[in-house]
Design a protein around this ligand. Structure first.
Ligand code: F6P
Length: 550
């Protein structure tokens, strides 16, 4: 690797940030705004139709300057070049990280060979196939056109396509209904199969490795269901296609390689919706719209690669996150989309972020002495306001929030959208300003309440404020805008990984549970007592075996 890495807490900027934090921790954003009317124009940045307002953060020019120093001391510009130019920055798996090439328009060399011709060839195959299905020329085994698409995959082979199909429903093919089966709980597949018809259903078996237990179990059960409908083995080719990096394993499952769409080991699962894993998106939206999504990702790549760090949206968002995690001690980060179509966006980002930066050893294999990725969570507004915002406003923990909202609804209806947006702006204002004890007391007295009541209830009605948020506005949730948004968060994750000196592109933490599940499954299938585990696990296995099938 051409770039060196080191511990962030050994940098000059980190020490300076510690001193600066001590001076700033008790400063209220109310006062920062009162002193500086230029915060909004200075602390906003644009990319295409995206506007990021980061003025409601606990930062000053000095904070931002020091965070930029930290990024430079951690060699962020060099790491960014290493990412885009195909260096093997996934050091534990010795792989390049080239999801940006999937949406690129220039040659990208990997071991001296341009990957773009192969990328374009798969896009062309996807275009041919999706046009056949969407036009009704691709028919099922009884000659009827495809009406249902069932994507069987999990993690990155599920969450991205599912989130995007939900987000871009207004652009979806009216004659196709999209279904996503991920959970190995048979209920997920069973409920889906109740809603579809074997003669008009296309199954996409999506798995980078084609070894994932959940996906293969669901795929085998789906095939049995299909064959039980009266179809023959020879009909499978009209109803099952695969997306994978492993041709041999796809063949072994019984899917003709003619019906397979490939991608490559340099595409991480959670970054793969831009590859053939996006086939459900392309089927639902059409290939032109899929390419608009790619173009949106490319817009953000260009911005990330070319804008100075100080005006760089993913860099700014990443560094603000570092400020809260490592100096304020924030444990979580909330994603709050005020667009119902983005209802799976927080779940999608959970995998993207937590599987990437949920690490506790650095690139050199040493235990880190600083916190890394926060818990990512969230729900659409305004629903969340009536559920968990209480804690964000008045709880004891600091929860930095991202509010995302479109300036235009896909479904204009009366004054719904102004009401929705008034809630976005009011929430960020309330979080920032809060409400002081004096204001509460004055309001209560103005309502005519007696002094005893004022004294008793006023503390409950105080809002400390000083709670940080970013606001991301965009014109309308189009494929291009969504592409920008997804790539924005991908790059935010990358920058944080660079600062924390972790490899954001492996996921060893999911392995132990997978291995143990295999050995537990052997015990669930055995007749002899389970003795090979701890007492709790042995006991639970025994209890379950005694009661299943009751
Ligand atoms: O278990 C985690 C994981 O490996 C994810 O990283 C990945 O997105 C998911 O499983 C599915 O993997 P595959 O696409 O190989 O089935």
């Amino acid at each position: 690797m051409s770039v060196t890495s080191h511990s962030p807490d050994k940098t000059r900027a980190w020490s300076a940030l510690e001193d600066h934090f001590a001076a700033l921790r008790d400063v209220h954003m109310r006062d920062l705004f009162a002193r500086d009317p230029g915060r909004f124009p200075r602390y906003t940045v644009e990319c295409g139709d995206l506007l990021l307002d980061y003025s409601k953060n606990r930062v000053t020019d000095e904070t931002l300057g020091l965070l930029m120093d930290l990024a430079r001391e951690m060699h962020l510009p060099q790491w960014r070049e290493a990412l885009f130019s195909g260096e093997r920055i996934n050091c534990t798996e010795d792989r390049a990280v080239l999801h940006t090439a999937l949406r690129g328009d220039a040659p990208v060399l990997l071991d001296g060979e341009d990957v773009m011709p192969a990328v374009r060839a798969v896009l062309e195959r996807m275009r041919g196939f999706t046009e056949q299905v969407r036009s009704g020329r691709w028919t099922g085994y009884t000659g009827k056109p495809i009406r249902h698409v069932v994507n069987i995959g999990i993690g990155g082979s599920d969450l991205g396509p599912l989130m995007v199909c939900e987000a871009l429903r207004p652009y979806g093919h009216p004659g196709l209904s999209m279904h996503f089966v991920s959970n190995v709980d048979g209920t997920h597949l069973a409920e889906t199969l109740k809603a579809v018809d074997p003669e008009t259903t296309l199954f996409i078996i999506a798995s980078k490795t084609f070894t994932t237990q959940e996906t293969l179990t669901n795929a085998h059960s789906a095939r049995e269901w299909f064959l039980a409908s009266g179809a023959g083995e020879g009909d499978i080719r009209r109803h099952f296609v695969a997306v994978s990096t492993h041709t041999e394993k796809v063949k072994a499952f019984g899917i003709d390689p003619e019906n397979m769409f490939v991608f490559w080991d340099w595409v991480g699962g959670r970054y793969s919706l831009w590859s053939a894993i996006g086939l459900p998106i392309a089927l639902y939206l059409g290939m032109d719209r899929f390419e608009e999504l790619l173009a949106g990702g490319r817009d953000m790549d260009r911005h990330f690669r070319e804008a100075p760090l100080e005006r760089n949206m993913p860099v700014i968002m990443a560094l603000l996150g570092v400020w809260y995690v490592n100096f304020f001690g924030a444990h979580t980060h909330a994603i709050l989309p005020y667009d119902q179509y983005l209802h799976r966006f927080p779940a999608y980002l959970q995998q993207a972020d937590m599987e990437s930066n949920g690490k506790s050893v650095d690139r050199q294999g040493q235990r880190v002495g600083w916190h890394t990725g926060p818990v990512i969570w969230g729900e659409p507004g305004t629903n969340g306001q009536h559920a968990f915002y209480q804690l964000i406003h008045q709880g004891t923990r600091l929860v930095p929030c991202d509010f995302l909202a479109p300036c235009n609804s896909q479904n204009p209806m009366g004054d719904h959208h102004d009401i929705l947006m008034s809630n976005v702006f009011a929430q960020t204002q309330a979080l920032m300003q809060g409400r002081t004890l004096e204001t509460v007391q004055a309001q209560m007295r103005a309502e005519g309440l007696d002094e005893d009541t004022v004294a008793r209830l006023a503390p409950h009605r105080v809002f400390e404020g000083n709670r940080p948020s970013n606001t991301l506005l965009f014109d309308r949730l189009t494929p291009r805008t969504l592409g920008r948004l997804i790539a924005l968060y991908e790059h935010r994750i990358f920058v944080q990984g660079v600062i924390w000196n972790v490899n954001s592109y492996d996921q060893w933490g999911v392995e132990l549970g997978k291995q143990l599940a295999r050995s537990v499954l052997d015990d669930l299938r055995a007749d002899t007592p389970a003795t090979g585990h701890d007492a709790s696990t042995n006991g639970l296995i025994h209890w379950y075996r005694g009661r299943r099938g009751n």
